[in-house]
Design a protein around this ligand. Structure first.
Ligand code: FES
Ligand SMILES: [Fe+2]
Length: 364
């Protein structure tokens, strides 16, 4: 880190750039909006994307679809409605819409029959429901994200996520900046990160680190991830490689350790803006951990791992929410970022996101 501190980026260039916390996420990607388990048979739920209500409907046939979430009549939330066969019925006056968003109620006025809701491309994959909220003609071309570990029986996957009150860019920066280990020292001991290098391209930034434990004991959850008890941290210093990648708009983290061919842990994560200003995001995370040699040991210890990862997430959430609150109090971004990887990441998020004005225009 000390070396990187001297490679201070050009603040004069940053001064003329758009405030990153005002940049909107690019809608021309597939974003998860719900877990499959939230949407039982013949049910509908209301989800949000950047201030917009969307209703996700699982009809009798099972394949979900997405429509504008407010009834065209008086803008009542359709997520509170009833699913009747393949249609969603509004909870207020009972107008029914089909999967194309067309009002199909019989015995209503000609005017009501003309009511129509916008329909959005929607897909379900590996326990997640995705929508495509951008240019609909791109939905067929832009690939859905893939996470093969979720289907790999040699791994066990935890699905997690919560609302976090901050702009999604804080989340990307927090995960990629491994120099914040002091925050987690009560949970993981004293960890000294070493930055190994980075890669970047048009749509990605990747950073690699390795760590040494310089104080405290290895937590049990870490032993479960690495598959080994490490009594003396010095014997294992700088052996494991952690790779964090933002491949816009998603992020991933992978841990590899010597002697094991495949990663011992892989995380895929997406941050979905909820409100119009994009100051709140819903996290969808898939954390896959390689099973241990002893059968079922990981399953037995799973609650310990869940509690550990929740605590780490809680600590990170507290910090990013404080950062967001400071941004609000100060009326803008006053960050003086000195770590080149994070500056690359900030440039990527600006470049691939939508400038606030064009996002406003697109919404009109
Ligand atoms: S508000 Fe939906 S039918 Fe009247
Ligand atoms: Fe963290």
């Amino acid at each position: 880190m000390e070396n990187e501190l001297h490679q201070i980026s050009d603040h004069s260039a940053c001064a003329v750039q758009i405030d990153l916390r005002r940049v909107r996420t690019n809608p021309d990607f597939w974003y998860p909006v719900a877990w499959s388990r939230e949407l039982g048979g013949e049910k509908a739920i209301d989800v949000r994307f950047a201030g917009q209500h969307i209703v996700i409907v699982r009809p009798k046939s099972g394949v979900p679809y997405a429509l504008d979430g407010l009834c065209a009549h008086r803008q009542v939330l359709l997520g509170k409605g009833k699913v009747c066969g393949d249609q969603i019925s509004c909870p207020a006056h009972g107008l029914r819409y089909n999967r194309d968003g067309q009002c199909v109620s019989p015995n209503v006025s000609a005017e009501a029959q003309c009511l129509r809701l916008k329909s959005w491309a929607c897909r379900e994959k590996d326990g997640l429901i995705f929508v495509f909220m951008g240019d609909q003609s791109l939905a067929e071309i832009v690939p859905l994200p893939d996470f093969p570990r979720v289907r790999d029986t040699r791994y066990r996957t935890r699905r997690f996520g919560q609302m976090v009150n901050c702009h999604y860019s804080f989340m990307h920066e927090n995960l990629m900046d491994m120099n914040h280990q002091v925050l987690h020292s009560r949970l993981v001991g004293k960890m000294k990160p070493r930055f190994l290098g980075m890669d970047h391209g048009d749509d990605f930034v990747e950073a690699r680190y390795t760590f040494a434990r310089t104080g405290g004991k290895q937590p049990l959850s870490e032993a479960l991830i690495y598959g080994q008890r490490r009594r003396d941290g010095r014997d294992f210093a700088y052996r494991d490689v952690m790779t964090i990648r933002t491949h816009y708009p998603y992020q991933s983290l992978r841990i590899e350790t010597q002697g094991i061919e495949e990663p011992v842990m892989e995380l895929w994560i997406s941050y979905v803006p909820q409100d119009r200003e994009q100051m709140t995001n819903r996290v969808f995370g898939l954390l896959s951990i390689k099973r241990l040699k002893v059968p079922f040991l990981l399953d037995l210890a799973w609650p310990i791992l869940v509690a550990f990862t929740e605590r780490v997430f809680f600590e990170d959430r507290e910090i990013v929410e404080l950062e967001q609150a400071a941004w609000k109090d100060l009326g803008g971004d006053h960050n003086r970022e000195v770590f080149p990887v994070i500056n690359q990441l900030r440039n990527l998020l600006r470049r691939c996101g939508q400038a606030p004005e064009s996002a406003e225009k697109a919404a009109l």
